[in-house]
Design a protein around this ligand. Structure first.
Ligand SMILES: CCCCCCC[C@H](O)CC(=O)SCCNC(=O)CCNC(=O)[C@H](O)C(C)(C)COP(=O)([O-])OP(=O)([O-])OC[C@H]1O[C@@H](n2cnc3c(N)ncnc32)[C@H](O)[C@@H]1OP(=O)([O-])[O-]
Length: 225
């Protein structure tokens, strides 16, 4: 997670990067925190050591991140996927929060992000039973946006990322911020924030360029400014 944090921060501050893709292997995206490492830790150790504090970089990235999930996304693995902006899954992917099975509970957003995405009943079922759900069901519940064959998943993620990066990076960041507001605010606050960000696009070159290109029937030349 420390390495992932460093990489995400580095890419997020690189103006030439418009989207990141996070993936694992065909067998597993991530099976969660290392149970063998946690087995003998005490409350005072994890509390004083501020355990999990380096798990926030993904969610704080201004650049969009697509999670391409093949295989298992369990516990911290499911939580990492949910820190990304879009999750697409391979047909054999499985999602779950199995912490209850090993005597603990999700500790990196599994009770919070999952509940906001799939609703209370399904989140409770997953968190209280530890049962896994398939990629197809994850799509049904809105956890993933698309399901693809295992072999083509990363290519599909790249296509999706290219679709995002053809737009103004600056505007994409504002759009991402606006969507994320929906998770943090009341509807009224979110609508006000969205409207202000919309107004802010009128201060950018790319908003003028995008509208001019449409009117002049040509492709826009965005400069991310
Ligand atoms: C750093 C702190 C961060 C804290 C984050 C906290 C937040 C989070 O909410 C808490 C967690 O994620 S709690 C975690 C929540 N996640 C879980 O509870 C998932 C636990 N894992 C499983 O349920 C099963 O292993 C799978 C279904 C992933 C694969 O089943 P399969 O295909 O039958 O294969 P297999 O034979 O079973 O495994 C192959 C080898 O991998 C090994 N290994 C696997 N996962 C491991 C792990 N997390 N750990 C360590 N090792 C793990 C396994 O022991 C075995 O090693 P061996 O030396 O060869 O014996």
């Amino acid at each position: 997670m420390s390495e992932l944090e460093q990489a995400v921060k580095k890419f997020d501050s690189d103006p030439s990067i418009g989207c990141m893709i996070l993936t694992g292997s065909n067998r597993a995206f991530a099976a969660g925190a290392d149970i063998k490492e946690m087995q003998n830790k005490s409350f005072s150790e994890v509390c004083k050591g501020n355990f999990l504090s380096n798990w926030t970089a993904l969610a704080e990235s201004k650049t969009p991140i697509v999670a391409a999930v093949n295989g298992f996304a369990l516990g911290g693995g499911c939580e990492i996927a949910m820190m990304c902006d879009i999750i697409i899954a391979g047909e054999k992917a499985e999602f779950g929060q199995p912490e209850i099975v090993i005597g603990t509970i999700p500790g990196a957003g599994g009770t919070q992000r999952l509940t906001r995405v799939v609703g209370k009943s399904k989140a409770m079922e997953m968190v209280l039973t530890g049962n896994r759900i398939s990629a197809k069901d994850a799509q049904l519940y809105g956890l993933v946006s698309a399901v693809h064959p295992v072999e083509s998943l990363v290519d599909e993620a790249i296509k999706l990322a290219e679709n995002i990066t053809k737009h103004s990076k600056l505007t994409v960041q504002l759009a991402k911020e606006a969507v994320n507001s929906a998770y943090e605010t009341t509807l009224d606050q979110g609508i006000n924030h969205e409207r202000r960000l919309f107004h802010a696009t009128f201060a950018t070159h790319d908003r003028k360029e995008g509208m001019s290109a449409f009117v002049e029937k040509r492709k826009p030349n965005f400069t991310d400014s």
